[in-house]
Design a protein around this ligand. Structure first.
Ligand code: F6R
Length: 606
């Protein structure tokens, strides 16, 4: 969480930092600030405010600073409320700092070093700046080492020292920093979206190394002073993928990109109609030898786990657990060498997922990850990584990450089914052929998005909404419901329809909206009975149903017909329809769809 950027070079730093912070706003957007060294006076000038980058731009336009070196930050508040005094950068004496993460022992540090008198904010960050200033005697690297040894927690710290013009220092533990040499200088940021316009090559800063950026050079040294050679990575996102391409919101653009993102994710993993994971470096033995699977993930990625679980049980008949990554290590999980732990994460930086993988690995599990961002922290702790080809996902509400993560999961299960002999080669080919139809079916529902927009208008004013379905439909609705609540602020709950009579039906009253999903033939009649039960109690039912199952129901319900695929694959058109519903409700309500209240795209604090 929180976006960090730093630049030193020949360009106008203020403009560059503000432009980059705008691209990092999905990491936090309650307040924002930059510190630029004035090229004429050599002073470090801090400009900050509560609100968005666009608000800071106005502040900076009114008081321009000519500078070619600076650091910036967009905040997601942890320690201290959303006030200007808590916005970064923080300055104590000769040290100016921005920070992402949480310094857990900041109270002890205040006491031990008697810092109370110098602090003006409520943040843990200012304590680090104050401590740096206590130790600083002109040698930045020695100071950083001394201070960092005293910190407990996670941090990405980026600093400027008053008497070191043109120089930016950084150090990190867990919280990410990526670095690039650009045409006109050196740049760092907390994620790649800020670098995409400037470079095609970058590296991930190694933990507990000190980075020193100067306009034409950079150095990285470990805590013992040895030079560290970073591993250069290619940034394969096109710059055009970083814009909204004419859409009002990234969320709409990303929903619309799904057929292509899905296609890109599966195309290189199919060979002669069969699944092929050789390019991912996954050995067959990993998939044949494991006795149980455990998926660890958070939020939408965890919902990918739930759909995968339904599939693994029905196709592979294998034991599979899906664990909330934040609960994992506190729940005494069963882990052994026969367990394949699969972490699912768009960013690859979600700290709960990262910690869950480290925990499982330390106990002997084989760890695999399904990720979107190359070089991310989770990729570096896992034994195997399968990447999705979603491209940059900027909207805070995840959409194309979900469908591409599932694309990988469907491939993985096909491969396991083939290797374990639970499907014949012909059956696997039929399964893959059905998977190849998914992009066209997603496109079919996207082409009919105006129908979903009409339905969205009907639920716009609701305070509460329920979503009901059974089996895989229930798992899909958990995601649909999360999407709706996070972007529209409507209280939405997904229930397994069979559970309604055990309590939740007490909440069904005249006119309450209920979204029902029916895509699985074998449980269809039971699902329809449950829908009748809520209708009989006055619910205003909207039915999303697989076309071939719902032909006769058009008269009785407000119906959205979902393009036909074999039942197992219906998650794809169904979730796209639910994403569109959430999107239209939010945009029609006039909300900032891409930046929902209190949320941030990358969750790097526990
Ligand atoms: C919801 C959403 C979040 C993320 C979760 C995990 O729309 O985006 O629930 O899915 O924070 O993030 P990653 O996938 O980056 O680990």
């Amino acid at each position: 969480m929180c976006g960090i950027v730093g630049y030193t070079g020949a360009k106008a730093a203020g403009e560059l930092l503000l432009g980059s912070l705008e691209l990092l706003e999905h990491r936090g957007y309650d307040s924002v600030g930059i510190a630029c060294r004035d090229s004429e006076t050599d002073e470090i000038c801090i400009q900050k405010c509560v609100g968005r980058v666009r608000d800071l731009k106005m502040v900076c336009e009114a008081n321009p600073v000519h500078s070619t070196c600076g650091i910036g930050h967009t905040r997601w508040a942890t320690h201290g409320g959303v006030y200007e005094k808590n916005a970064h950068p923080h300055q104590c004496g000769k040290v100016t700092i921005v920070h992402n993460g949480i310094v857990e022992n900041y109270r002890e540090l205040i006491e031990d070093y008697n810092l109370q008198g110098v602090l003006r904010s409520e943040t843990d960050t200012e304590v680090v700046a104050a401590l740096m200033d206590v130790y600083y005697e002109g040698d930045a690297e020695t100071t950083i080492k001394k201070v960092v040894r005293k910190l407990r927690g996670t941090f990405a710290l980026v600093m400027m020292f008053e008497d070191k013009p043109g120089v930016i220092y950084a150090i990190r533990n867990v919280s990410p920093i990526v670095v690039a040499k650009c045409e006109d200088g050196m740049m760092l940021a907390s994620d790649l979206t800020a670098l995409g316009n400037f470079t095609k090559e970058y590296f991930v800063m190694p933990e507990y190394s000190i980075l020193k950026l100067e306009p034409n050079t950079m150095s990285i040294k470990d805590m013992d002073g040895n030079e560290v050679e970073p591993e250069m990575l290619k940034l394969d996102w096109k710059v055009s993928e970083l814009g909204k391409n004419g859409y009002p919101f990234y969320m709409e653009k990303e929903i619309m990109e799904q057929p292509n993102a899905f296609y890109e994710t599966i195309k290189t993993r199919i060979d002669k109609g069969l699944p092929n994971l050789l390019g991912d470096g996954v050995p067959d033995s990993l998939l044949t030898d494991c006795k149980r699977i455990c998926i660890v993930a958070c939020g939408t990625a965890m919902h990918v786990g739930l759909v995968t679980q339904a599939l693994v049980k029905s196709v592979l008949q294998m034991h599979i657990d899906v664990e909330l990554a934040s609960e994992y290590m506190y729940s005494d999980p069963v882990i052994d060498q026969d367990t394949l732990v699969i972490a699912v994460s768009q960013s690859g930086e979600t700290v709960d997922t990262l910690e869950a993988v480290k925990y499982a690995k330390a106990r002997g599990a084989k760890c695999m990850a399904v990720l979107n961002v190359r070089g991310s922290s989770i990729s570096r702790v896992c034994d195997y990584v399968l990447y999705t080809e979603a491209g940059p996902e900027i909207a805070v509400a995840s959409t194309k990450a979900y469908t591409t993560q599932l694309a990988v999961m469907f491939m993985l299960i096909a491969k396991m089914a083939q290797l374990r002999g639970v499907m014949t080669e012909e059956e696997v080919k039929t399964y893959i052929a059905e998977l190849q139809k998914v992009p066209e079916k997603m496109k079919a529902i996207l082409d009919r998005r105006s129908e979903i927009h009409v339905i969205a208008k009907e639920v716009l004013e609701s305070k509460d909404l329920f979503m009901i379905g059974r089996g895989m439909d229930y798992s899909i609705l958990l995601e649909g419901s999360l999407k709706l609540k996070e972007v529209s602020y409507i209280h939405s709950e997904a229930y397994a329809s069979g559970e309604l009579k055990h309590g939740p039906i007490a909440l069904i009253t005249e006119g309450i909206p209920v979204v029902a999903l029916v895509t699985q033939r074998k449980i269809m009649s039971k699902e329809l009975s449950n829908i009748k039960e809520v209708k009989a109690r006055g619910a205003n039912v909207v039915l999303f149903i697989k076309e071939e199952l719902g032909a006769q129901l058009k008269e009785d319900y407000n119906v959205v017909m979902l393009p036909n695929l074999e039942d197992k694959f219906m998650v794809f058109p169904a979730v796209v329809a639910l994403q569109l519903l959430a999107y239209y409700v939010s945009s029609d309500k006039g909300f900032d769809v891409d930046k929902p209240r209190n949320l941030a795209k990358v969750v790097t604090v526990e």
